[in-house]
Design a protein around this ligand. Structure first.
Ligand SMILES: Cc1cc2nc3c(=O)[nH]c(=O)nc-3n(C[C@H](O)[C@H](O)[C@H](O)COP(=O)(O)O)c2cc1C
Length: 214
């Protein structure tokens, strides 16, 4: 076996970043904000990257990494192409999950819920804040569609760059989604694989909080 494969198999490191106790708030967003800030402050790579899983009409799941871009009071916002693979999944099945991994703190965060498109105003405002290259790219890339060759994309970039020499408007097929959670699980790695798992689940009109076995 290759050396590195052998090393990975025999790596039995423990998680030892402290415990998750005494934080059974009324709702999960306070703890999310605390964890998110700690991940950001610790300067680890890509603290706002998460895995978004969607399910298509034939019940086939797929996942990909996205950036969390905004936090509403009780919703998580990301931006993408509405015609993409994920966009088509979400059109037919609004259930999705988000997964963050913050290795610096030995933490995993699972979020499950339902998505909705954000308003045009909100998508416009975020689109406006992007660099010109990304704006042109949003027009040029038919995200998730087959691309015959790279040149086709490069030519479309040139085409849209000349079509919009100044302001680049937001393409109608590009914008944000907000995910409203019905379940949030905070996972704190602990020694001997005896991790803490604290789950917030929305039931009727309030959050139920419980632990799960690791
Ligand atoms: C670190 C990282 C961040 C990404 N952020 C986004 C994003 O915010 N929006 C997006 O549409 N794609 C993003 N992508 C690309 C997606 O992972 C994916 O390739 C793309 O959205 C097409 O996915 P789909 O065909 O499943 O719809 C990111 C990829 C990486 C590795």
């Amino acid at each position: 076996m290759e050396d590195f494969l052998e090393q990975i198999k025999n790596d039995h490191r423990d998680f030892d970043h402290g415990k998750l106790e005494g934080f059974f708030g009324e709702e999960p967003f306070t703890l999310f904000n605390k964890w998110y800030k700690e991940a950001f402050d610790s300067k680890q790579l890509e603290p706002n990257a998460f895995v978004l899983a969607t399910v298509d009409i034939q019940n086939r799941p797929s996942s990909r990494i996205l950036y969390l871009k905004e936090l509403f009071e009780d919703e998580f916002v990301f931006y993408t192409n509405y015609n993409s693979h994920k966009g088509q999944d979400l059109e037919l099945n609004k259930n999705a999950s988000m997964l963050f991994f913050w290795p610096g703190q030995g933490r995993q965060l699972r979020i499950e819920g339902v998505v909705q498109k954000v308003s045009d105003d909100i998508s416009d405002a975020y689109f406006d804040s992007r660099p010109r290259g990304s704006k042109v790219g949003a027009w040029a890339s038919n995200q998730s569609e087959i691309l015959e060759e790279r040149d086709v994309l490069e030519n479309r970039v040139e085409e849209f760059a000349s079509k919009f020499p100044n302001e680049v408007p937001r393409p109608p097929h590009w914008g944000g989604y907000k995910l409203k959670p019905r379940l949030v699980e905070f996972w704190q790695g602990r020694p001997s694989r005896l991790h803490d798992r604290i789950i917030f689940e929305f039931e009727n009109d309030g959050w139920k909080v419980y632990r799960k076995n690791p």
